[in-house]
Design a protein around this ligand. Structure first.
Ligand code: NDP
Ligand SMILES: O=C(O)[C@H](O)CS(=O)(=O)O
Length: 485
C-alpha cells in the first residue's frame, strides 16, 4: 500500500518554482523521488540544467531592487505570513518529509517546527539589522556604518534536514533584502518545493525565492560562475563545500559552509550517568544518526564505563525501528544502500580494532535500508569512525583514563562542528568547554540546535554561522559613509 496519503497530494509539486512560475525542465527530463522505506517512486521533479538556473538567477537579480527597497517591517510581515502558513500545514509537511526522507512523522513534524522557528526568528531580526555611528574626527565630519543586503544569493542543501536547511538560509536572506535561488538535495526536493509554494502564497514576490531541482554539478557550476550571484550558502559534505569554495574564488563570492562533523561525546566520572545516557540517545539516534552534529565517537571514563554502558543499553533497547509512518517508530530507514554500506564498513573496522558488539551490529530484519541501533564497547581511539562520520545509528564506546587524554582524543580530528560532554565539576566544565575544538559545545545536553544560537563549525566543518543574530551577518555587507557637511 502506498504511503502517499490523499492529504499529501496537493503538497507534491512536480515542477520548479522559477520567477514565480511553476515550470518543467527545458529538456522535459525528470528525476524520480523515492520513499526510502518502500523504494516506491512518489514523484518526479524537473532535471534542470544551466539554462533554467541562469533564468532563476536573472529573475533574482531583476527582483532584487524592489525587494531590498521594502522596509524591514514589510519584509518581516511577509516572513511572518510564511511562518504561519508553514505551521498551519505542519502535519502535512511532516508527512511529506517522512515520505521522501524516511524520518518518523513525529520527528519530521518537529523539524517543520524547527524550520519555521528560523523564519520567525529572522522575521524578528529583520528589524534589528543595526548599523552604528562613530564620532567624527572633525566638527563637520560624521561617520556612519550601515548594513546592506549582499544581493543575489544561491543555496545548496542536503537531504537529512529537508526543511530546516532551507529556511535557515532563505529566511535571513529575505529578511535583509536579498533574493535567493535554492537547489535542494535530489533525494528530498518535495519539502523544498512545498515550502516555496507557501512562501509564494505568503506574498514573497516573483523571483525573490526560486527553487531549481536537477543535476547538482551543473546547477552548482551555474551558481559559482555567475557574476550576478554574490553569495553562496552550502550545507553538506566537506568535499563538496571545498569544491564550491574554490569555484567561487574567481568571482570573489561570499560563502557560508556548514560541512561534515565528527562530534566527540565525553562522559566523565563525575557525570550524572542517567542524564548522560539520555543525552547520548537524543544526540546519536536523531534522524537515525544521519545528522552532522550527532555524537559520532563516545569516550567514557574507565571507572564508570560499565555502569554507563548498562544505562545506555536499557535505553537503546527501547528504540523502535520501522516505517516512519507507523505509530511509535523512533528509528526510520537510512537514506540509501550506500549509507548502509558505510555503517557496515565502520562496524567491521571497529571489530578489527578489537571493539565488541554489545547490541545490534547488523542490518535490521525489516531489510531495505533499516539498520539495527548498535552499541560497540572496548573501542579504540584510532577506529575509522573516529576519523569520518558514520551517519548511522552506531555508538562506539571508547574508554579513557584522564581528562587530558579525553580532550586529546576529542581534538584529534580535522572536524570541529559539535562536541558534547557530561560532567558536574565546575572547573572541569570550564577547562573542557574552553579546550575543546568545536564551533558548538553541549555541556550536559545532547541537543544544541535552535534558531537563537549561531550554528556552525571550525576546521574542516566549515565557516560562517546560521541562526542567532549572527545569521544576518552572512547576508549583509557593511557600508561606511563619511560625511563632511
Ligand atoms: N554541517 C551541517 O549542518 C551539515 C553537514 N552535512 C554533511 O553532508 C554529508 C551528508 O550530506 P550529503 O547530502 O550526502 O552531502 P553532499 O555534499 O553530497 O550533498 C549535499 C548537497 O550538495 C549537492 N552536491 C553534490 N555534489 C555537488 C557538486 N559537485 N556541486 C554542487 N552541489 C553538489 C547535493 O546535490 P544532490 O543531492 O543532487 O547530489 C546536495 O544538494 C555529510 O558529510 C554531513 O556531515 C549534512 C547536513 C548538515
Ligand atoms: O544537517 C544537519 O545535521 C543539521 O544541521 C543538524 S541540526 O541543525 O538539525 O541540528
Amino acid at each position: 500500500m502506498s504511503d502517499i496519503r490523499p492529504n499529501l497530494r496537493k503538497f507534491i509539486y512536480e515542477q520548479c518554482l522559477i520567477n514565480g512560475e511553476w515550470r518543467s525542465a527545458d529538456s522535459g527530463k525528470t528525476i524520480a523521488v523515492t520513499n526510502p522505506a518502500t523504494q516506491e517512486v512518489i514523484a518526479h521533479v524537473p532535471n534542470c540544467g544551466a539554462t533554467e538556473t541562469e533564468h532563476a538567477i536573472q529573475a533574482a537579480a531583476t527582483a532584487l531592487p524592489a525587494w531590498r527597497q521594502k522596509t524591514a517591517a514589510e519584509r518581516a510581515q511577509v516572513l511572518k505570513r510564511w511562518h504561519a502558513l508553514v505551521m498551519e500545514n505542519q502535519q502535512a509537511l511532516g508527512e511529506l518529509m517522512t515520505l521522501e526522507q524516511g524520518k518518523p512523522v513525529a520527528e519530521a513534524k518537529g523539524e517543520i517546527a524547527y524550520a519555521a522557528s528560523y523564519i520567525e526568528w529572522f522575521a524578528e531580526e529583520a528589524r534589528r539589522s543595526y548599523g552604528e555611528t562613530i564620532p567624527g574626527l572633525t566638527a563637520s565630519q560624521r561617520i556612519i556604518v550601515t548594513r546592506e543586503p549582499v544581493g543575489v544569493c544561491a543555496a545548496i542543501t542536503p537531504w537529512n534536514f529537508p526543511a530546516a536547511m532551507i529556511t535557515r538560509k532563505v529566511a535571513p536572506a529575505l529578511a535583509v533584502g536579498c533574493t535567493i535561488v535554492v537547489k535542494p538535495a535530489s533525494e528530498t526536493p518535495l519539502t523544498a518545493l512545498a515550502l516555496a509554494a507557501l512562501a509564494q502564497e505568503a506574498g514573497v514576490p516573483n523571483g525573490v525565492f526560486s527553487v531549481v531541482t536537477g543535476d547538482a554539478k551543473t546547477i552548482g557550476e551555474a551558481f559559482t560562475s555567475s557574476e550576478l550571484v554574490r553569495k553562496i550558502s552550502f550545507t553538506g559534505s566537506t568535499a563538496v563545500g571545498a569544491t564550491l569554495m574554490a569555484a567561487s574564488a574567481p568571482t570573489l563570492k561570499r560563502i557560508s559552509l556548514e560541512l561534515g562533523g565528527n562530534a566527540p561525546f565525553i562522559v566523565f566520572d563525575d557525570a550524572d550517568l542517567d542524564k548522560a545516557a539520555q543525552g547520548l540517545i537524543d544526540s546519536k539516534f536523531r534522524n537515525a544518526g544521519q545528522t552532522c552534529v550527532c555524537a559520532n565517537r563516545v569516550y567514557v571514563q574507565r571507572s564508570i564505563a560499565d555502569a554507563f554502558t548498562q544505562k545506555l543499553l536499557e535505553k537503546v533497547r527501547a528504540l523502535n525501528v520501522g516505517n516512519g509512518f507507523d505509530d511509535g517508530v523512533t528509528i526510520g530507514p537510512l537514506i540509501s544502500e550506500k549509507a548502509v554500506e558505510k555503517v557496515e564498513k565502520h562496524i567491521a573496522d571497529a571489530k578489527q580494532h578489537g571493539a565488541e558488539v554489545v547490541y545490534g551490529g547488523a542490518r535490521h530484519e525489516l531489510g531495505g535500508t533499516w539498520f539495527q541501533p548498535t552499541v560497540l564497547s572496548n573501542g579504540t581511539p584510532d577506529m575509522l569512525c573516529t576519523k569520518e562520520e558514520t551517519f548511522g545509528p552506531v555508538v562506539p564506546l571508547i574508554p579513557f583514563d584522564s581528562e587530558e587524554e579525553a580532550l586529546g582524543y576529542a581534538n584529534a580530528s580535522e572536524f570541529g562542528l559539535a562536541a558534547y560532554f557530561y560532567a558536574r565539576d565546575a572547573g572541569r566544565i570550564r577547562r573542557v568547554a574552553e579546550g575543546i575544538e568545536a564551533g558548538m559545545v553541549g555541556v550536559n545536553t545532547g541537543l544544541i540546535s535552535n534558531a537563537t544560537a549561531p550554528f556552525g563549525g571550525v576546521k574542516a566543518s566549515g565557516m560562517g554561522r546560521e541562526g542567532g543574530h549572527q545569521g544576518l551577518d552572512e547576508y549583509t555587507e557593511l557600508k561606511y559613509v563619511c560625511i563632511d557637511v
